[in-house]
Design a protein around this ligand. Structure first.
Ligand SMILES: [Zn+2]
Length: 193
């Protein structure tokens, strides 16, 4: 530091000395105010401390600590409650009901729009491994209907139902479950998840 001060030019040294002198001068001139400010600050700390440790029925610091604890707990409860409210509106809408089990087979479908919940484009899946099933015999009026899983090497047969009969039933049954509210139970049973 001293070396660096020596390296300065004379007019720079003068500037530094001038700055130090003016700070010292300010301290001398305003020392009484400074002392007063320190006294006020000390008095403030003292009064806060005496307020906190006041000999009322319950010490104030304990009261404030309890109040803080209650506020933290209330915030936690509110957050979890609001989170719980958000979940059903975010997840459980009829548009999210696009999977269910019919005839022992998992079916997935889609809706033309969120305002027109008439299911279409049904796709069958294996109820064991969830692979999309092969439609080995899937012409609309052929009975029985055969669906095959390559993974499980299992043939699923829907007796006495044609493909057109199966699709027609699901097209009518799914909107009925939406209207009656049964689709929500399908979520809780895990069939629609
Ligand atoms: Zn399978």
């Amino acid at each position: 530091m001293a070396n660096r001060f020596k390296d300065l030019k004379w007019w720079q040294k003068l500037g530094v000395l001038g700055a130090i002198a003016s700070i010292l001068g300010c301290l001398v001139i305003f020392r009484e105010y400074l002392w007063l400010a320190l006294k006020w600050a000390w008095a403030g700390i003292g009064s806060v401390w005496s307020h906190l440790t006041d000999d009322s029925a319950i010490p104030f610091w304990l009261l404030y600590a309890l109040l803080l604890l209650i506020l933290i707990l209330a915030r936690k409860v509110a957050v979890s409650w609001l989170g719980g409210l958000r979940l059903p509106s975010g997840v459980l809408t009829p548009q999210h009901y696009y999977k269910d089990v019919f005839y022992g087979i998992v079916w997935r479908w889609r809706y033309p729009s969120k305002h027109y919940l008439r299911p279409e484009e049904f796709v069958p899946f294996c109820p064991i491994c969830d692979l999309e099933l092969q439609r080995t015999q899937f012409e609309s009026h052929v009975i029985p209907v055969h669906l095959y899983c390559d993974n499980c090497r299992k043939l699923f047969t829907i007796e006495s139902e044609s493909v057109s009969g199966i699709l027609d039933y699901m097209v009518r049954e799914i909107p009925r479950r939406i209207r009656s509210g049964e689709w929500k139970e399908r979520f809780s049973s895990g069939a629609a998840e």
